[in-house]
Write a protein that binds this ligand. Structure first.
Ligand SMILES: CC(C)(COP(=O)(O)OP(=O)(O)OC[C@H]1O[C@@H](n2cnc3c(N)ncnc32)[C@H](O)[C@@H]1OP(=O)(O)O)[C@@H](O)C(=O)NCCC(=O)NCCSC(=O)CCC(=O)O
Length: 559
């Protein structure tokens, strides 16, 4: 991008500055640290960046224009000048009616998309009255036992008007079937349904652990969903390939990109092996990343991920449709950076992290409530979290020009470094036989654990400062956070509701619908049509997942 003579002059001037100006200053004052690194410790941070650090940057090839390959500057032509990112707060609590209330509250307060959190039993494919569910019903998310609960969650919310994300993985096909069934009831054409299911089982084996079936049938279910979405739900994203949990497990930013894109490669290859065409489903793939405190590293990470995915799809899958190369992503501010100490500080952390996500061109954003490290967020903290996004959108100016950090010598250099490092990690995954092999051998998990361990050591030694935790502490004998929890009575109410559904429905219809699910699982037919029939007969989440457990078995860790 720079004239070679100009670059030579800059290098020379820098050497002179270092010698005549910098050195005497260093002799007198020194610097705060011997070495500076990015937040994850992955990249070295130099004292000063100049055009010489981005001498190899080719504007057309490496940056280009928004809405054009390699999409470094954003996937949409006008980005936030045309439409702001979707403000999508992750929520779900207790019973379906409480979640319905929270959703309505958020929409009234100006949220622009919905995001459903499910309780652990639902995520593991158990009904609320299962022994495994005891004590967990409605905690950290809503319990969805049957279509009846899903109807209640969306009571008075037309699915034609919102897009909904559902953080559900192993039973994703069942919850998607319920969403489609609610849409059918509301008379919304399937091709108008908008939303995303997480459906990213590979990262469950790496980090999040809500898997049910072994990897092979799990991948088959994912592919069935891709195929069904391509045919019937063209505006629905059938997967949210998630780096968030990889990062929260302690990875570096480069590992977050690499393992996420390596998982994505695995999903695409599996779908191609099943006979799908890349352009049929790749434009609807979506991604999900975390945003941490290091604003520049995070913004660079998002830019690098977009550029890398565009080139991976081009090199490996040779699509005709440029949309197959667009990396669209949701961001959540990093839960693990929230501290139980001085919780007000979390509002500030979340604001910086949200800024980084927007500077990096996110399509959708969740900002954490300040009290999420302690409990379910209260209504007041949820509002402040949403207001953080609204202030960013309407007051900060960050949304008014496209990709404002482009051309920063530092950010471009970081973008390059992160992309190069992620590319190397993906090459290593390839050498190990692909992501499924690399996960099954435990290699991926070990790579992440090593980094997480180092970080913990740094916190314990005080080398890494966490404000309010190992520095700038105050005596907080009294915790003044309002804490919300789910009561025994709420859990009991959910179980009674489930019993009511079991009494009202037609048992024969349920039995034959479950038999059809089993048949499709056994003979390889797409699972989605019989799943939709089963949820419409009010077969429960647990019953359907049990039918699939019968056919597919359960994953045993370490096998
Ligand atoms: C693709 C994304 C990332 C975003 O989808 P959205 O619908 O919000 O946005 P979008 O598709 O980018 O944009 C919506 C529509 O506006 C259009 N559009 C956007 N910007 C535009 C512009 N500048 N000009 C013209 N059109 C534009 C798009 O083309 C699209 O229309 P068309 O469709 O007509 O083209 C999706 O997957 C998503 O919302 N994901 C959310 C995932 C999530 O919330 N996960 C929660 C995980 S929580 C979690 O896991 C917590 C931890 C745990 O529990 O473990």
């Amino acid at each position: 991008m720079f004239d070679p003579d100009e670059l030579a002059a800059i290098r020379e001037a820098k050497a002179e500055w270092e010698d005549q100006t910098l050195q005497p200053t260093l002799d007198r004052f020194g610097e705060r640290r011997e070495q500076f690194r990015t937040d994850t410790g992955g990249q070295q941070v130099d004292r000063l960046y100049t055009p010489a650090d981005v001498a190899d940057l080719d504007y057309g090839e490496d940056l280009g224009f928004p809405g054009k390959e390699p999409y470094t500057r954003g996937v949409y032509t006008t980005m936030y000048r045309g439409r702001l990112w979707t403000m999508r707060q992750y929520a779900g609590m207790g019973t379906a009616s409480e979640t319905n209330e929270r959703f309505n509250y958020l929409l009234e307060e100006g949220q622009t998309g919905l995001s459903m959190a499910f309780d652990l039993p639902t995520q593991m494919g158990y009904d609320s009255d299962a022994a495994m569910a005891a004590g967990e019903v409605g905690k950290a998310g809503v319990a969805i036992d049957s279509l009846r609960d899903m109807e209640t969650v969306f009571d008075g919310i037309p699915l034609s008007d919102v897009s909904t994300s559902m953080t559900i993985n192993a039973p994703a096909s069942v919850l998607l079937a319920m969403y489609v069934a609610v849409g059918d009831q509301q008379g919304v054409p399937r091709e108008e349904l908008r939303g995303t299911i997480q459906n990213d089982v590979l990262k469950e084996y790496i980090a999040r652990n809500t898997y049910i079936y072994p990897p092979e049938p799990s991948m088959r279910i994912v592919t069935d969903i891709f195929e069904f979405a391509a045919a019937e739900l063209p505006k629905f994203n059938p997967i949210s390939i998630s780096g968030y949990h990889v990062r929260e497990a302690g990875s570096t930013a480069a590992q977050e990109i690499a393992f996420t894109l390596a998982n994505a490669i695995e999903y695409v290859e599996t779908a191609l092996d099943a006979g799908l065409d890349v352009d049929e489903f790749a434009p609807q793939l979506s991604f999900f990343f975390a945003s941490y405190n290091d604003i520049f590293e995070e913004a660079a990470k998002f830019r690098a991920a977009r550029r890398l995915w565009a080139s991976i799809v081009e090199e490996r899958f040779d699509p005709d449709d440029p949309a197959s190369k667009q990396l669209k992503f949701h961001t959540q501010t990093a839960g693990s950076t929230l501290t139980a100490q001085q919780i007000e500080n979390n509002v500030v952390r979340v604001a910086y992290q949200a800024l980084a996500a927007v500077l990096g061109g996110t399509q959708s954003l969740h900002t954490n409530g300040k009290d999420e490290a302690l409990s379910l967020p209260t209504e007041q903290s949820v509002r402040t979290a949403l207001r953080t996004q609204q202030i960013l959108a309407h007051e900060s100016g960050a949304a008014d020009t496209i990709d404002p950090l482009a051309g920063s010598y530092y950010v471009e250099s970081l973008t390059d470094d992160l992309e190069a490092e992620a590319r190397e990690i993906i090459a290593e995954v390839d050498d190990r036989g692909g992501m499924r092999e690399a996960i099954e051998s435990g290699w991926v998990q070990r790579q992440i654990q090593d980094v997480a361990y180092e970080r913990q050591q740094e916190v314990e030694s005080g080398e890494r400062i966490i404000v309010g935790v190992n520095e700038f502490t105050v005596d907080e004998t009294q915790q003044d956070a309002a804490i919300e929890d789910v009561s025994e009575q709420q859990q009991q109410r959910q179980i009674e509701r489930l019993e009511g559904v079991r009494e009202e429905r037609e048992d024969d219809a349920v039995a034959s619908a479950l038999a059809a699910v089993r048949d499709a699982a056994e003979n390889g037919d797409n699972l989605m049509p019989p799943l939709i029939d089963a949820v419409k007969a009010y077969a429960t989440t647990g019953e359907i997942c049990d039918a699939l457990r019968d056919v597919f078995g359960e994953h045993q860790p370490g096998t």
